[in-house]
Design a protein around this ligand. Structure first.
Ligand SMILES: CC(C)(COP(=O)(O)OP(=O)(O)OC[C@H]1O[C@@H](n2cnc3c(N)ncnc32)[C@H](O)[C@@H]1OP(=O)(O)O)[C@@H](O)C(=O)NCCC(=O)NCCS
Length: 173
């Protein structure tokens, strides 16, 4: 499944098992790891990519796409559907190879994921949380129409540093 965007150089495609090599190449990056939860491995080996993709294959509530720029695999974005009283909402995640930062690619990808979530998954709410140390990600969410809903003071510890966690959300209008 491919999702085209308003930028003809950027599209998203559902991740498949054969993406393991590309995924490991992009994900094996400390600059990415520093901004994600510790469940995201570092170093990120081919084996980690394979395990992740095999698990993904059996999940029905997680939709993860590769982000492609000029037909090259440069990143990942996904929506993780919630349960119980939160089942109308999904958590959004994304990361991009640091060689491609600053070109507007994440903003294009996130905009498309939001559209996919509201139109194809019938979600009512999409949310994301960002570490205090990550102004670029906050800016991406703000450019995509997300609202800062709250700040959890000292909400996370990453790489030994305690930081605030910023919560962003967008609802289907
Ligand atoms: C966050 C991330 C996805 C952004 O990707 P990107 O393609 O560079 O993002 P974009 O180019 O679409 O937009 C980045 C915006 O942040 C701004 N920005 C970058 N560094 C910044 C900084 N230090 N302070 C303030 N703004 C900053 C850019 O200027 C740009 O805004 P603009 O268009 O108004 O100029 C990328 O840095 C990444 O993968 N980081 C590691 C993983 C991660 O943080 N994932 C999200 C976890 S919540």
């Amino acid at each position: 499944m491919k999702l085209f965007t308003e930028n003809s150089n950027v599209y998203l495609r559902k991740l498949q098992l054969s993406d393991a090599k590309d995924l490991a190449k992009v994900a094996n990056n400390r600059n990415i790891w520093l901004n994600l939860r510790d469940a995201f491995p570092h170093p990120y080996a081919f084996k980690n990519a394979k395990i992740f993709l095999e698990k993904l294959n059996n999940e029905t509530n997680t939709f993860v796409f590769g982000v492609f720029y000029k037909d090259e695999f440069v990143g990942v974005s996904g929506l993780h559907e919630q349960y119980d009283i939160y089942k109308h909402s999904s958590e959004l995640g994304y990361f991009l190879s640091d060689s491609y930062w600053g070109k507007g690619i994440a903003t294009t990808a996130v905009n498309r994921m939001v559209k996919f979530g509201f139109e194809n998954l019938n979600l009512q709410r999409i949310f994301a949380s960002v570490f205090e140390s990550n102004p670029a990600s906050r800016r991406v969410l703000e450019k995509c129409g997300f609202t800062l809903e709250g700040i959890k003071k000292k909400g996370v510890i990453k790489n030994g540093v305690i930081m605030d966690e910023y919560f962003y959300g967008i609802t289907k209008e």
